[in-house]
Design a protein around this ligand. Sequence first.
Ligand SMILES: N[C@@H](CCC(=O)N[C@@H](CS)C(=O)NCC(=O)O)C(=O)O
Length: 219
Amino acid sequence: MAYQLISFVLCPFVQRAVIALKEKRVAFEITYIDLQNPPAWFLAISPMGKVPVLRVDSGGVLFESAVINEYLDETNPPALHPQDPWRRAHNRAWIEFGSNLIGRQYRMLTAPDQATLLRERDGFLAEWGHLEKQLGDGPFFNGADFSLADTAYAPLLMRLEIMERRYPQQLLESTPKIAAWCAALLARPTVRESVVADFEAQFRVYFAGQGGYLGERLA
Ligand SMILES: N[C@@H](CCC(=O)N[C@@H](CS)C(=O)NCC(=O)O)C(=O)O
């Protein structure tokens, strides 16, 4: 099975699929597009105009990161979703929660002024508290086994680590389990190799260019 993953270089949702493919040691080709100026061929196959898009060798196309990862998981070993149906449903719910947090992180990065940033930060921390309560002894979301839930949160935590290092906002101080989880995820080779070599530099330049209060302070 040959896969083509269509990506924007900084997209956290595409990164979820990259990590899953690397965990499964499946070969794939990645094609980067400029989301500000998407090519016509991409708009023709992406009904919502968003990445990720996964194209399989039959010509079929999938979109939505959670759906793509479920498909990859069902068709390539090792299984990364828990076997237990309740636990699997629980993980799906928290993957969706992680997608909302990615949205909030983006709004923090692009908040036009400090007051807006602080409001977004408070909202982020309130949601963060719910997540902290879901974690056990680690090192991963479900304990010892790396899972699709980890692929879903690693991109968020990778960006958060950069934000905290460049402009500390105490985003990890009150959630020690998330902090330990973040360290475990960022140490994992498939996570480290899921972005381009100069990811941090590109991330900082991109958000500085958006003109937000925090984005400009990451530069
Ligand atoms: N729910 C989608 C979100 C994907 C998404 O928002 N991708 C962004 C880039 S990170 C995008 O393509 N944005 C372009 C647009 O909204 O026009 C998923 O999980 O795949």
